[in-house]
Design a protein around this ligand. Structure first.
Ligand code: ZDR
Length: 278
């Protein structure tokens, strides 16, 4: 079958958008891996599938490059909002998008997209992180072979392990990232954020993404990193998170407990690919 797609990115975190409003096509894990393959397929960190919803304006389903389905994607929902607006699929702004993490509301504001990412979740059973008897996992020692880290566990719909460090550039991300992703404390694996506080309003973040590896940016990761640092008192309630691919503005509202993320989304090209059953 010939599958039509749109390639987009948010700060270099790249996505294949599949419009399944008409046919309901959803890739198998094997097809998702093939599509995301940078040599044999299109190449992407994630796949976003746009589907009709009877609870919200649309459904967004998300697949990592390794074929696993995930609950939420912050950079992805900004891309999807732009895709919907540019194709005239809905004139609503903000939109209500159904995800496995609940209904998320992106709003196009000038050249950027601002997203109500909902409330961060600290309950260890819900992150999930296998530590019991604690209301939240905060500044907790995590042992990985001979290394120790102090981490906080936060869910932004998907699991995150936030680790404050003095020098984020010195972290050997590609060796330590996968060891934390697969650490037995995280039954659904985890995304991993190393965060350096440059000031109370600026964080430098590098992310090892569950199922996708080191990416140029991670929307939910930037939110989790900001919330983790704010919760530790290491940052104010509004920060700029600088990722390798660029900046996101993150605000954690005291009154509503909601996290807001603002950043860009870009459409790069459209194409079609010969997709085999897999
Ligand atoms: C990090 C992410 N790209 C985003 O922008 O929020 C989300 C992708 C999903 C992530 N790799 C996971 O939870 O497995």
């Amino acid at each position: 079958m010939q599958l039509r797609f749109t390639k987009m990115h948010g700060l270099g975190n790249d996505m294949i958008v599949i419009d399944s409003l008409g046919g309901g096509f959803v890739p198998t894990p094997g097809q998702a891996r093939f599509l995301c393959d940078r040599r044999r397929g299109v190449g992407a960190d994630q796949i976003l599938v746009l589907l009709p919803s009877n609870k919200a304006d649309f459904i967004m389903r998300i697949f990592n490059a390794d074929g696993s389905e995930v609950e939420m994607c912050g950079n992805g929902i900004r891309c999807l909002a732009l895709y919907i607006r540019d194709r005239g699929l809905s004139a609503k702004n903000p939109l209500a998008i159904e995800t496995l993490a609940g209904i998320i509301r992106p709003e196009i504001v000038g050249k950027l997209v601002r997203v109500d990412m909902g409330k961060p979740v600290f309950d260890p059973a819900k992150v999930p992180v296998k530590i019991r008897g604690q209301r939240k996992v905060k500044d907790t020692v995590l042992r990985v072979d001979d290394d120790t880290f102090r981490m906080s566990a936060v869910s932004m719909g998907n699991p995150h392990c936030v680790i404050p460090v003095d020098d984020v550039d010195a972290v050997p991300l590609s060796t330590i990232g996968p060891r934390i992703e697969h650490h037995p404390w995280f039954p659904k694996r985890t995304n991993v954020e190393f965060v350096e506080a440059i000031s109370r309003t600026r964080l430098k973040v590098r992310v090892w993404e569950r199922g996708a590896g080191a990416t140029l940016a991670c929307g939910t990761g930037a939110c989790a990193a900001a919330v983790g640092m704010m919760d530790l008192g290491k940052a104010g309630r509004k920060v700029t998170a600088t990722l390798p691919g660029g900046d996101l503005e993150i605000r954690w509202d005291r009154k509503t407990n909601h996290v807001w993320m603002t950043g860009p989304a870009v459409e790069v090209f459209n194409g079609s690919i010969n997709l085999k059953e897999k």
